[in-house]
Design a protein around this ligand. Structure first.
Ligand code: FCB
Length: 444
């Protein structure tokens, strides 16, 4: 039975720092990930993205893989330090790479879906305070503006930001992502400026450029469950949901920050004046779609010792190689909740996938059965949701290639293409072959 219409978008996703390499080429300057990955203890094995998948030089071969898969669309991001290696200094040579890539995609009938910010903030911006500095909104606008000017004619959809939760909270509060800070006040400012820059970019594209290209934001969302029905555990779940989901969903869709969380965060932030008049109207500007990255559910319990009164609880679910619960049913519950509480916009699943320890078999193939099962279950969930009328317009598998998995370096493989990082040889895993069948037959 056909379960996906002809216009449903199947794709794969990547991001610049994770795959490109060529970290000094054609005028690129350093990003916060280039420097963060060089601090001992921050990234597994002290891995870094100097070469990564060498995609900068091998993009043609990688587009061929996309063609083999038969995807409708490819989601990638633009490295800001290629475009503005210094403040205010545009570098056309860096932009040319994306033009070449887009041309190649178009030749193969693959729709480019372009993310402006997938975490590689230029070091020059970081040195001026990074996202904690309200000026970052203007720097981002300048970057977005040149991308729109140069690329909009050939881009099928724009995503302003990928996962502000990670950029803001993992980067400035938990310190596990670049720039590695551990300051909640900085984190809240960073998130606010990231969200504001999203609104500004949408406004720019729609009102200044008068473009009809769809634009939206991608949030990572994880539905939160309480370990028990006790008052304490339910409070814990509420707080975890506030920290992980509502702090982003509410401003984007309701034009307000959740007051319960403002109270909780006021342990660290006594002055919310960085939220200025008009900001929340800008942040909640109307978009054309909503992007969601979904990997897992969360289960939490009360902890009086924890900052926000919750901690991860024991789970008996099967897990991926990241130790993340495999939870396609909870994915459905998440989407239903979003429909009820937040938005009617078309939803794109802009990332979904799983890391497992892959091995290349003697026959040269990669039999990644666990990943295949994960992907099949989640694509089936998308089909079920659409049967319920949930209007999911597309699904992007993370990721096209094994790549630099941030703090986990090259230790965690999310690709549907196996990459031998010594030789740069690519091998489509069994999940990749299966995905090609799903796309061709539109069935699961
Ligand atoms: C998401 C990121 C992506 C990748 C996957 C596994 O949080 O957007 O870059 O790391 O997780």
């Amino acid at each position: 039975m056909t379960r996906f219409s002809k216009d449903f978008i199947f794709g794969t996703a990547t991001s610049s720092y994770q795959i490109e390499g060529a970290y000094k080429e054609d005028g690129r300057s350093l990003s916060i990930w280039d420097t963060f990955s060089r601090i001992p203890g921050k990234v597994w094995n002290m891995d870094h993205g100097d070469v990564a998948c060498d995609h900068y030089h091998r993009y043609e071969e990688d587009v061929e893989i996309l063609t083999t898969l038969g995807v409708d669309s490819y989601r990638f991001s633009i490295a800001w330090p290629r475009i503005f290696p210094e403040q205010g200094k545009y570098n056309p040579a860096g932009m040319d790479f994306y033009k070449r890539l887009i041309t190649k995609l178009k030749e193969n009938n693959i729709k480019p879906s372009v993310t402006l910010y997938h975490w590689d903030l230029p070091m020059w911006a970081h040195e001026l305070g990074g996202w904690t500095n309200r000026e970052s909104v203007n720097w981002f606008k300048e970057f977005a503006s040149i991308c729109f000017e140069e690329l909009d004619a050939d881009v099928d959809s724009w995503i302003t930001h990928n996962e502000p939760w990670c950029a803001g909270f993992l980067g400035y509060h938990q310190g596990v992502h670049a720039p590695g800070h551990t300051n909640m006040e900085e984190a809240l400012k960073a998130v606010h400026h990231i969200l504001l820059s999203h609104g500004e970019a949408v406004d720019l594209l729609k009102n200044q450029f008068q473009s009809k290209t769809p634009i939206g934001i991608t949030l990572n969302l994880s539905p939160v469950y309480a370990a028990s029905n006790s008052t304490n555990d339910r409070l814990a779940a509420n707080n975890a949901d506030g920290y992980g989901n509502r702090w982003f969903l509410d401003p984007v869709f309701k034009g307000s920050y959740p007051v319960d969380m403002m109270n909780l965060f006021s342990k660290y932030v006594h002055d919310y004046r960085f939220i200025q008049a008009g900001d929340l109207e800008k942040i909640s500007i109307e978009c054309d779609f909503f992007g969601i990255n979904y990997y897992s559910r969360s289960i939490v319990e009360f902890s009086s010792a924890a900052d926000f009164l919750y901690k991860g609880a024991y789970s008996d679910y099967d897990q991926t190689g990241m130790g993340w619960d495999i939870a396609p049913n909870e994915f459905k519950e998440l989407i239903r909740r979003l429909r009820e509480e937040y938005t009617n916009l078309p939803i794109y699943i802009t990332e979904n996938g799983a890391a497992f320890d892959d091995v290349v078999a003697e026959d040269g193939r990669v039999y990644d059965t666990e990943r295949q099962k994960y992907v099949e279950e989640h694509i089936a969930a998308v089909a079920d949701l659409n049967d319920e009328g949930m209007n999911i317009a597309g699904y992007y598998l993370w990721s096209l290639l094994d790549n630099f998995e941030w703090a986990f370096g090259y230790d965690k493989r999310f690709g549907i293409t196996y990459v031998d990082f010594e030789t740069q040889k690519r091998t489509l895993k069994e999940t990749g072959h299966r995905y090609a069948d799903v796309i061709r037959t539109r069935t699961i």
